[in-house]
Design a protein around this ligand. Structure first.
Ligand code: 5GP
Length: 116
């Protein structure tokens, strides 16, 4: 994993502004700058895990906490029953552009399947 950080470190540090909708000691949730659905939130761990391939026994607690945060947020905005889509892109074929794992939380409309 590269030692270099990403812009998400600056969002965690609050040196780069973001529209934060969820925060706890482990996880931050903020609006995607280029939303693909009426609700498009990025949930990130407050430590740098570059890709899904870098999740391991030591850091998986952060990943669990991301999912708990998503459940809490979905309920809070009343989209838990309607449903939503979670996406995590990995590396080139997955079209990952920011190398700090993030779960895209997409809601507010029916999603199509399969994705492109
Ligand atoms: P990826 O393609 O890596 O799965 O997703 C990266 C996401 O980060 C994209 O959906 C993109 O719109 C979002 N993004 C990139 N730069 C910024 C930024 O400066 N602020 C916010 N809020 N989102 C960003």
């Amino acid at each position: 994993m590269s030692k270099e950080g990403t812009l998400f470190d600056q969002i965690i540090d609050k040196t780069l502004p973001a529209d934060i909708v969820y925060e706890d000691d482990y996880v931050l949730g903020f609006k995607d700058i280029n939303p693909q659905a009426p609700v498009h939130i990025l949930f990130i761990p407050k430590i740098r895990i570059a890709t899904h391939n870098d999740i391991d026994a030591e850091n998986m607690d952060y990943v669990s906490k991301m999912h708990l945060a998503i459940n809490q947020y979905a309920k809070e905005i009343g989209e838990d029953e309607n449903g939503y889509r979670l996406v995590m892109n990995c590396n080139k074929n997955g079209q990952q552009t920011v190398f700090h794992i993030h779960i895209h939380f997409l809601a507010g409309r029916a999603m199509s399947w399969p994705p492109g």
